[in-house]
Write a protein that binds this ligand. Structure first.
Ligand SMILES: [Zn+2]
Length: 485
């Protein structure tokens, strides 16, 4: 009977296919406005490469290497003289640069570009595997090597290079351009972008649009479109929360163990996170936009499946559950990251502790997540509390129908012509989350094409960018500055 029903459903779905309209919406990203060509300087690459030699590493806030940041600031001032003379520059916190280029219009909008100058450390054990040293600023076989070559000094230097080039040509914008180059994005942005955002709140400064890093031009990572470069623009960012779950049960002598104890309760709770996930998969707005933008570009079968939504939603959602990325895009992830119990090898402990981390989908609050954990933990006799009192909710979703999203798409197509444009959900954290509520739109995009094989280079071994890719990145910002106007 069940098989007959499924067969009937499939027949109905196939019969409905001629009525499924799934037209491409990529045309609106074809650049209409002509932009001027500006040639970037001959020493742009060597300036950027040298910037990678400053060890502006983020570990914990107390360990900030002031000398490395001061050295980098001297290098920036020498390398970008027009930027330093035309813009007002402030270090709102200790080592974050806050710059402003005043617009000429009496009705100027405020536009904000964010990137960060800190980098993650390099594991000393892996240095032997680097093809060039991570803090030497070396260019080898046309690749610029070093920590920060992708994340995120590339965008900081690219923005500055684009500005320097345009200022040299006499360009003066109509709008007000702000730039925030953060010092501690890799450890949450507490003393950099957050202070800058607080400054804006105090001064009553808000923004029409904010551009930050995150999504890249992905090659080979989107199933069904493996051969096409796709610009994934983060229109929202997941939130972050960790909870501590405690289990208490009488312990005792290990020579006569009971069938139940605190360790077993904790283990059963952890196992349940995988076997029966607390949070069910769903499509949020960024993913709806992702499917609307990319499904029409896919093969017949996939187009059919996406075209039949919402009838096929459960089918598509279950296919997303097969990969870590798919699960991260469609669920509030829940994973145990720290466990603890026991004081001696011959004592059954009377308590155990499990710390779990969740990245929160748009539409949920931190309290929703804590409550759901509490309900599940109670089934195993556990109690829940926030871990470290730290958490951040998901950001609001920006509109992919907005003029600034379309402008961004057009700049991408202008610099990277065969690229598809799509909204996306940013899975990690960026500095822009600190500005949530201060900008009408926030888009997270780093204009660098990356294959699946390149992705582990971010925060990993042999972080590098091709010289041509760095040129394209600078050209992208030159194009975007003109198109925003
Ligand atoms: Zn980054």
């Amino acid at each position: 009977m069940k098989k007959t029903i499924i067969a009937l459903i499939i027949i109905v779905l196939i019969a409905l296919f001629p009525f499924v309209r799934l037209d491409s919406i990529q045309d609106k990203y074809q650049p209409v406005k002509e932009t001027s060509d500006f040639e970037i300087r001959g020493d742009a690459v060597s300036i950027f490469a040298k910037g990678l030699s400053y060890k502006t590493i983020s570990q914990v806030p107390q360990m900030i290497d002031s000398a490395a940041f001061e050295g980098l600031f001297v290098h920036l001032q020498r390398s970008f003289p027009l930027v330093y003379s035309a813009l007002s520059i402030d270090t709102l916190s200790t080592h974050t640069l806050w710059m402003k280029l005043e617009g000429s219009s009496t009705q100027a909008d405020n536009i904000l570009f964010i990137s960060h100058l800190d980098v993650v450390p390099v594991d000393p054990k892996t240095i032997k595997d680097w093809e060039a040293l991570p803090f030497a600023g070396e260019v080898k076989n046309d690749f610029i090597y070093g920590r920060g070559a992708l994340d995120d000094k590339a965008s900081a230097f690219g923005i500055l290079e684009a500005l320097e080039t345009m200022l040299a040509s006499g360009w003066r914008p109509a709008h007000n351009y702000y730039f925030c180059f953060g010092q501690d994005e890799e450890i949450g942005g507490t003393y950099g972008a957050r202070l800058a955002a607080e400054h804006c709140r105090e001064q009553g400064v808000s923004f029409r649009v904010l551009f930050d890093e995150a999504g890249t031009i992905s090659i080979g990572s989107v199933p069904g479109l493996e051969d096409t470069p796709i610009a994934l623009i983060g229109i929202a960012e997941k939130g972050y929360i960790s909870v501590e779950v405690n289990f208490e049960q009488p312990g005792g002598h290990s020579s006569m163990p009971e069938k139940e104890n605190a360790i077993l309760s904790g283990a059963a709770f952890i196992t349940s996170l995988n076997d029966d996930p607390i949070f069910k998969p769903e499509f949020t707005e960024p993913l709806q936009g992702f499917m609307d933008h990319l499904a029409p570009e896919m093969s017949f079968g996939l187009k059919w499946a996406f075209g039949m939504r919402p009838l096929t939603n459960s089918l598509i959602l279950s296919s997303y559950q097969k990969s870590a990325t798919g699960r991260a895009l469609t669920t509030n992830t829940a994973v145990a990251t720290m466990v603890g119990a026991g004081i001696k090898d011959n004592v059954v402990p009377s308590s155990s502790r499990v710390v779990c981390n969740t990245r929160i989908l748009p539409g949920y609050s931190i309290n929703d997540i804590v409550d759901a954990y509490a309900e599940r933990a109670a089934e195993f006799g556990g109690t829940v509390q926030w871990y470290n009192d730290y958490g951040s909710g998901p950001t609001a979703s920006s509109s992919y129908e907005s003029a600034d999203f379309i402008t961004l798409g057009q700049s991408i197509k202008s610099t990277f012509p065969n690229t598809l444009i799509s909204p996306y959900l940013t899975l990690g954290g960026t500095d822009s989350k600190n500005f949530d509520g201060l900008s009408a739109q926030t888009f997270r995009f780093l204009p660098i094409p990356l294959t699946k094989e390149d992705l582990p280079r971010i925060h990993g071994i042999n972080e590098r960018i091709h010289v041509d890719a760095y040129h394209d990145l600078c050209q992208f910002y030159i194009d975007l500055f003109q198109r925003i106007e």
